[in-house]
Design a protein around this ligand. Structure first.
Ligand SMILES: O=C([O-])[C@@H](O)[C@@H](O)[C@H](O)[C@@H](O)C(=O)[O-]
Ligand SMILES: [Mg+2]
Length: 445
């Protein structure tokens, strides 16, 4: 590795980190099955954006964020600011990004289950790619840049979805009638409690997950509660269960069904919309409440504590502004007696690697993390699809994130992006193709 010595402003030779010389932003479209959720239906492709920073001496750092053409455009606008920056100067880079884009309010997050803000995504994309480079320069995995690992393997939870039949990816893949095991279950319909249990059995058999989450907010609550009791019946009391209606229930409904599910739930995720409503439900039921919708930014922490809106915050380094911010969030949660776990959206291996490094560094990890990874079949890293053992992923040990970009896969998935015509996630439009006139409602039952 070349030493990084430069002439400083004072005229002295000093050490500096490698400087960013190139920035590549590549939108990709990955195959995604027709999963149902509160916002509607997943399109045949989920969009992600892959960011690569290359230093003046040719070291490459990568990151992955949710795909959205307006976030990609904002990222592109930040490139002149990033070029020439020392990758170690993350604080300065962050400040300059704030100067360029201004601050964002939590309201800009929007009403969808996922986050619409731009700056948090940009912070995350830039920081993770810089940390990948820093790790490579100093020869240590990213987890060591976050304070070092507290565990060798990071546990994830099964993440079940109601879904229509199909594997997604209309451009390249159809349903495969010869598929078996998880590959078959992944393309099967799951529209009732029996379908949900069959999906859970196949997913847990393949990945070894030891806790289970059901994405709710799709059918009227009684049916979803029945699915939870069917899961309890099938898996017994030792497998923790969670349900996430993505804030579609009103307070009365959440209290009624929350009480009913008290004996079987590990936690209830975002039953209602807004911190005030979450606080009302929290006072009325014994089950802990978790959120990735009502407390989603540092700005909202004070009111969360004052109101007592949830027990567990589901972090997400894409939405909380990066890995180091997520460690800050962990400290805040510890100070105020909040639990911390992790939220997920459709993603491939660069995001998973970052999630695993973060999960390994968290001081406490009382809950298995969310991941959509089983629903994806594409991969973008040269080592191929990650493996799970007993539901956990081993922390990569090579320098940086420990994964390298598969450039052939990048080209192929970028081509998918160009051909599929999607530029942002819109589950409502996708649902209308199946149920004409269907409208997203911020509170439904
Ligand atoms: O992908 C989905 O349909 C999920 O509903 C996702 O958008 C949510 O952000 C998420 O997984 C959650 O826990 O709310
Ligand atoms: Mg959620």
């Amino acid at each position: 590795m070349k030493p990084h010595s430069v002439l400083t402003e004072n005229g002295h030779f000093g050490k500096t980190g490698p400087r960013i010389n190139q920035m590549h932003i590549t939108p990709i479209a990955i195959v995604d099955p027709p999963l149902l959720n509160a916002a509607g239906l997943h399109a045949p492709y989920a969009l992600r954006t892959i960011v690569e920073l290359v230093t003046d001496d040719g070291i490459s750092g990568i990151s992955e964020i949710p795909g959205n053409s307006s976030i990609d455009a904002a990222l592109a606008l930040s490139s002149d600011l990033l070029i020439g920056k020392d990758v170690f100067q993350l604080n300065e880079i962050r400040q300059e990004l704030i100067n360029r884009f201004g601050t964002e309010t939590s309201a800009q997050r929007g009403e969808a289950p996922w986050d619409q803000r731009k700056l948090v995504h940009i912070f995350s994309a830039v920081e993770v790619a810089c940390m990948d480079i820093i790790g490579k320069v100093i020869g240590r995995p990213v987890v060591d840049l976050l304070g070092g690992k507290m565990r060798d393997r990071v546990p994830f939870s099964a993440y079940l979805f109601y879904k229509y039949e199909g594997a997604g990816g209309e451009l390249g893949f159809g349903t495969d009638p010869t598929a078996t095991g998880w590959a078959a279950a992944r393309q099967a319909a799951a529209l009732d409690p029996a379908g949900v249990v069959a999906q859970a059995k196949a997913m847990c058999a393949e990945f070894g997950f030891q806790s289970i989450k059901l994405k709710g907010g799709v059918f009227e609550p009684r049916q979803e509660v029945e699915a939870m009791f069917a899961l309890r019946e099938a898996f017994g009391p030792d497998v923790p269960l969670r349900i996430d209606p993505n804030a579609l229930w009103n307070v009365e409904t959440a209290i009624q069904y929350g009480r009913e599910m008290e004996p079987i739930l590990e936690y209830l995720e975002d039953p209602v919309r807004g911190q005030e409503n979450m606080a009302k439900v929290r006072q009325a039921i014994k089950t802990p409440l978790a959120t990735n919708m009502c407390t989603t930014s540092f700005e909202e922490i004070v009111s969360s504590i004052v109101l007592g809106s949830e027990d567990i915050i589901l972090s997400d380094h894409h939405f909380w502004g990066g890995l180091r911010s997520s460690i800050t969030l962990a400290g805040i949660c510890q100070t105020f007696g909040r639990g911390l776990s992790m939220h997920s959206n459709s993603h491939v291996g660069i995001s998973l690697a970052a999630m695993v490094h973060l999960g390994a560094a968290l001081p406490q990890l009382p809950y298995a993390l969310d991941t959509h990874y089983p629903w994806q079949s594409d991969e973008i890293v040269t080592t191929g699809r990650f493996t799970f053992e007993e539901g956990a992923v081993a922390v990569p040990q090579s320098p940086g994130l420990g994964v390298e970009l598969d450039r052939d896969a990048l080209a192929r998935l970028h081509q998918n992006y160009l051909t599929c015509g999607l530029t942002r996630r819109d589950d409502e439009i996708e649902m209308q193709k199946v149920q004409p006139g269907w409208r997203f409602q911020s509170v439904r039952w």
